[in-house]
Design a protein around this ligand. Structure first.
Ligand SMILES: CC(C)(COP(=O)(O)OP(=O)(O)OC[C@H]1O[C@@H](n2cnc3c(N)ncnc32)[C@H](O)[C@@H]1OP(=O)(O)O)[C@@H](O)C(=O)NCCC(=O)NCCS
Length: 171
């Protein structure tokens, strides 16, 4: 099914907050209270996107350093309402397309807990590559947890879109 990606506003917060609190997500993904989300909207530090399929919201993504001068953007949080049905992959693919089309970003980064194999598989399907483990980088429920860092660089994304490998296009 086709996914429509919308740059979210504060009116989408109830959906976003319910989704990040999905059943079984407690150990997988961060969650913020309403005040923290509203602050992130108001200080402009994060860009929020919601994906719609058939008119219904199916998931969201929260990005930090959107359109930053450093040209590196962090996909800080992703969650869908019903996992394992391809929606996360479609959502992330749309977010990636949007980032590379609308901003000059060179590097998209996403972090996940190394045992979150479902997320890893979805991210790999979109083109992200695992780089290594960032030790103790996530302070999560009062503990320092390791994160697997994955990234997708612009030339790699362009190669996926055009079918021309980065090496060949550089010649
Ligand atoms: C991470 C998330 C956004 C991915 O979206 P999704 O819709 O579930 O992903 P997809 O259905 O597109 O792809 C999932 C892939 O993982 C596979 N998978 C499902 N459960 C799995 C498991 N337990 N172990 C390994 N792979 C698994 C699926 O088969 C699919 O791969 P395939 O299509 O190659 O067969 C979604 O699972 C989610 O919201 N999870 C809860 C919150 C979360 O973990 N967020 C990420 C924090 S970094």
């Amino acid at each position: 099914m086709e996914l429509t990606l919308v740059r979210a506003g504060q009116e989408h917060l109830p959906f976003i907050m319910a989704t990040e609190r999905g059943e079984g997500y407690e150990q997988l993904v961060g969650r913020w209270d309403e005040a923290r989300h509203r602050a992130a909207f108001e200080d402009g530090s994060h860009a929020y996107f919601v994906g719609f399929e058939g008119g219904d919201p199916v998931g969201f993504a929260l990005l930090r350093f959107w359109d930053s001068p450093e040209r590196a953007t962090l996909i800080r949080r992703v969650a869908v309402v019903t996992p394992g049905e391809g929606r996360g992959r479609r959502l992330l693919a749309a977010v990636v397309r949007r980032a590379f089309s609308e901003t000059p970003v060179h590097r998209l980064q996403i972090g996940l807990f190394p045992d979150n194999l479902r997320a890893r598989r979805a991210y790999e399907a979109v083109g992200f590559q695992a780089e290594g483990v960032s030790r103790g980088s996530a302070f999560f429920h009062g503990e320092y947890r390791d994160e697997l860092v994955m990234s997708l660089l612009r030339p790699e994304w362009e190669a996926r879109v055009t079918g021309i490998s980065p090496d060949r296009s550089a010649r």
